[in-house]
Design a protein. Structure first.
Ligand code: ZN
Ligand code: ZN
Length: 407
């Protein structure tokens, strides 16, 4: 097992971040797996990192802060926080996020306060985020946390649940074999091939249909590009921002979406679950939300800011995908989004625009890349989902039939 975890750590450093000689690395991790975090740091040094900084977090502490701090203090960006962002914008360290927190761990915390605080902080944070966008190598991956593992395997003991979850994470991340780095090279090559086939179609819209009530048309930009797997930073370094990643995705044209979409999996948002929900779009905006559970939170989410009610991502994943076939709900977007076709509300991806490097941020917004402080994926894949692409001349191409690729 230890040997396999070393291979996983190497995968994150070499294929996830693709650390270059002399680069700085920042790792953000919870306290759950300090031994693995140390392995990851070692793998980064071996890949050539000049220094590795670990920022620890602990969900019960985040909970405590959220409960005890006033909205006023939570809304403030302190000068040292800002200095940290300034430093990052200048040095562009690689960033590795190792997830392990409990998907339900923030339940009962005043969500409105959290949202108001992030909205208040956003104007200060945004310029730094934008200055860094596409200039930094980053990667999100996961390790088991105690509560998270128990949520997935409630009938097992804590130790057994953790072990079972390691297996699930390594399998889902294509890190359970002899040579995970090689497996990712092959995986990236096959995703790139499918992206090329899609991009050669020059689609202008995607139409989704399912017996559950989904009937949605989403417009694409002329410049929209389908991407998948690894991507290239503007500095020219190829990295894999998500491990695992099975999706092919694009940025739709904000303001062009009509119809209803029904979610097919619960959504964990701010440490709380939203279940059995649907959204109705008119003129690209959500005009109606319904949910059996968490409707108020969903309503708050889509009204976070002006762009939160518009789409920022359309992702295609076969219903029979490796992660989908595990038949395991992770209650975490990193995994669950790779088991199902999904959409995201909020911010769109600049790098899903052809030659995005030649546009300014304002020009990208004008083309139709949505702007918002949120980016929330929700799952819409089902066994009968059909997705039809519309080409410039109006002809249609079936991309998905009965939940799987038809292209
Ligand atoms: Zn996605
Ligand atoms: Zn997304």
């Amino acid at each position: 097992m230890k040997e396999q975890l070393r291979k996983y750590a190497t995968l994150l450093a070499k294929k996830g971040l693709n650390v270059q000689k002399g680069q700085e690395v920042w790792i953000q991790a919870d306290l759950d797996q300090p031994e693995f975090v140390t392995m990851a740091a070692e793998a980064c040094y071996e890949a050539g990192a000049s220094s590795v900084t670990v920022e620890w977090s602990h969900q019960p502490l985040s909970r405590l802060h959220a409960q005890r701090r006033s909205l006023e203090t939570m809304s403030k960006v302190t000068s040292w926080e800002e200095e940290k962002m300034r430093y990052q914008t200048r040095e562009k360290p690689c960033r590795l996020h190792i997830l392990s927190s409990d998907p339900d761990g923030m339940k009962g915390v005043d969500q409105e306060k959290l949202m108001k605080a992030s909205v208040a902080r956003y104007p200060v944070v945004k310029p730094y985020q934008e200055a860094l966008a596409n200039h930094q190598q980053w990667c999100i991956a996961a390790v088991p946390g105690k509560a998270w593992a128990k949520k997935l395997f409630p009938d097992l003991s804590e130790a057994e649940a953790e072990e079972k979850m390691w297996d699930a994470i390594l399998y889902a991340s294509r890190a359970d074999g002899e040579d995970p780095c090689k497996a990712w090279d092959e995986h990236n090559a096959s995703l790139a091939e499918r992206c090329k086939a899609l991009n050669d179609l020059h689609l202008t819209a995607l139409c989704y249909r399912s017996a559950n009530g989904t009937d949605l048309k989403v417009g694409l930009m002329d410049e929209s590009l389908f991407c998948g797997g690894g991507e290239q930073s503007l500095e020219g370094v190829f990295f894999n921002p998500n491990i695992p990643s099975e999706e092919i995705f694009t940025t739709p044209k904000a303001g062009e979406a009509e119809g209803v979409v029904v979610s097919t999996k619960p959504l964990s948002y701010r440490g709380e679950l939203i279940e059995d929900f649907s959204l109705r779009f008119e003129g690209g905006k959500v005009v109606e939300v319904k949910a059996k559970k968490g409707e108020e939170l969903l309503r708050q989410m889509v009204s976070t800011d002006e762009g939160a009610c518009k789409l920022g991502e359309c992702a295609l994943i076969a219903y029979d995908s490796p992660i989908g076939n595990m038949n395991l709900l992770f209650y975490n977007t990193l995994f669950d989004e790779n088991a199902s076709c999904h959409l995201a509300l909020g911010r769109g991806y600049n790098d899903c625009v052809r030659d995005y490097g030649k546009y300014t941020q304002e020009e990208l917004r004008a083309l139709g890349v949505n702007d918002s402080m949120i980016h929330v994926d929700f799952m819409i894949g089902s066994a009968d989902l059909s997705v039809v692409g519309v080409r410039k001349d109006g002809t249609k191409v079936t991309l998905f039939e009965n939940g799987n690729w038809a292209l």
